[in-house]
Write a new protein. Structure first.
Length: 194
C-alpha cells in the first residue's frame, strides 16, 4: 500500500510538471498563451478522469492544435473582463467621493462574482464543448450551487501563489498545472449529482 501511494504521488508530480513545462513552452509566443492554456486544461481533464496511460506530449500537441482557433472567444473575453475590472479598480482606488466609493464597492462585488466564472469556465468549455457564452453563465451557476467548492479551489490557488512567491523554482514548475487541476476538479465535482 505504501509503495503504491508513493509511486502514484511521484507519477502525479511528473505529469503535472511535464504538463506545466509544455504549457510554458507553447506559451512562448505570447499570442499562443490562450490555446496553450486550453490545451493544458484538456490534458489535466483527461488525467483527472484516470487516463493515466496518456502520452502527455502527443495529447498536448493534439489539443493545442484543436484549440488554436476555438479557444480565443472565451479566452479573450476572460482577459478583457479581467483587464476591465483591474483598470476600474486602479482608477477608483484614489477616489474619495461617496459616489466613487459606492462604485468601487460595486465593482468589487462584481469581481467577487467574476472569480468563480473565471475559475470554472475553461474546464467546462474543455469538458463539454460549450460555446463561450454558455460556459460563462454555467460556471457562475455551478459556483453558486456549490460555494464550498469555490472556496476550496480559491484556497488551493492561493496556496499555489504562495508556493510561487516563497519557492519560486517549484512554483514555476507547477503553477499552471496545479491551478488547472484545482479548477478542473472543482468544476467537475460541481456538476456531479447529489
Amino acid at each position: 500500500m505504501g509503495k503504491r501511494l508513493i509511486v502514484s504521488i511521484m507519477n502525479w508530480i511528473w505529469r503535472l510538471s511535464w504538463t506545466n513545462a509544455l504549457w510554458l513552452l507553447f506559451s512562448v509566443p505570447l499570442i499562443t498563451i490562450i490555446p496553450s492554456t486550453f490545451a493544458m486544461y484538456s490534458v489535466i481533464n483527461k488525467l483527472v478522469k484516470d487516463d493515466e496511460d496518456a502520452d502527455i506530449l502527443r495529447l498536448f500537441v493534439k489539443e493545442f492544435k484543436r484549440y488554436l482557433k476555438k479557444s480565443f472567444p472565451l479566452g479573450i473575453t476572460l482577459v478583457l473582463l479581467s483587464v476591465f475590472f483591474y483598470v476600474d479598480l486602479l482608477i477608483l482606488k484614489e477616489q474619495t467621493e461617496s459616489f466613487m466609493l459606492i462604485l468601487r464597492y460595486a465593482i468589487l462585488v462584481l469581481v467577487i462574482l467574476f472569480i468563480p466564472i473565471a475559475f470554472y469556465s475553461i474546464p467546462l468549455f474543455v469538458e463539454y464543448e460549450f460555446s463561450w457564452f454558455k460556459a460563462l453563465p454555467l460556471a457562475f451557476i455551478i459556483a453558486i450551487k456549490r460555494p464550498f467548492n469555490i472556496l476550496l479551489v480559491t484556497c488551493g490557488i492561493l496556496g499555489v501563489l504562495l508556493l510561487l512567491m516563497f519557492s519560486t523554482g517549484i512554483g514555476v514548475l507547477f503553477f499552471g498545472s496545479l491551478c488547472a487541476l484545482f479548477t478542473t476538479k472543482g468544476a467537475l465535482s460541481g456538476l456531479q449529482k447529489e
